[in-house]
Design a protein around this ligand. Sequence first.
Ligand SMILES: [Zn+2]
Length: 314
Amino acid sequence: MISQWLSRFCGLMLGVVLLAGEAHAEEKIYIVTSLPDLADIAARIGGDLVTVESLAKGIEDPHGVPIKPSFVPKLNRAQVLIVMGLEYEHSWIPALVTESRNSKIVKGNSGYIDVSLKVTPKEVPTDLSRAKGELHPAGNPHFNLDPEGGRLIAQTIAEGLTLNFPQHRATFEANLKVFLAQLNAKIRDWEILARPLHGVKFISYHQDFTYFADRFGMDYVGTIELKPGIEPTASHLVELMQNMKTVGAKIVLREPHFSEKVPNQIAAQVGGLVVKLPIMVGGSPEVKTYFDLIEYNIRELLKAAQVAGVAGKV
Ligand SMILES: [Zn+2]
């Protein structure tokens, strides 16, 4: 009798547990992000409460991500959309949000989380008319490459999630605390690791390493692009190479979505070398998390600086 009751009770409890499990799976907060770095950090802050998807892949051009038909239904279902802001995604996100017919994630509404809100943008154009057609009209949006930018991103995501899901405030705050403690420890290590990069002169294809260079004391000599998003002229390249020779710049950074041809030619001309560096999580197979991104870029630059004979003494 007792065993029969026990078996029935256990069966019932199992059913309840299964149902609760299913309900929990259904109730996960669905977050869509523009870029993979935001997805990695949002997954850390949201923990078990969230499912996160990035629309862009790390090897794509973040300013012009190829639109896929799957993006619209994802945005339609999204409870929250997280973007870099500063017009970073202006050529593709606003049109997709309109198409998604999801009022929650429209800019200005609570489901639209802009992680640039705490960032002081660098390189803000002073003459707005000249910014026409350029990709950084509101200032440089590549602050994710500075780990201090990662801190601001995490804090803004935690605040944005709390605003939308106040019942989970304690979880978001606890997860943020863990993330920031790890980040702080990493930043201390990275600053020591990156010391030989102080004063190392470099150019890149696109103006995306400003925040990184400032954090680790590198010297940005110029870009292959004439301006962000504007291809170089022959005279610009001649001037750039002349400048590199004058100041002794040997390192040419190439982001994964740019062709290697011009960077290789420049490196050959100045007796330097090309380093392919990701600007987002997933931009290189080894770079699976935000912490990986910063660490990988420092280590690859250190190797390049040593090979080129320009690494500083620690
Ligand atoms: Zn850019």
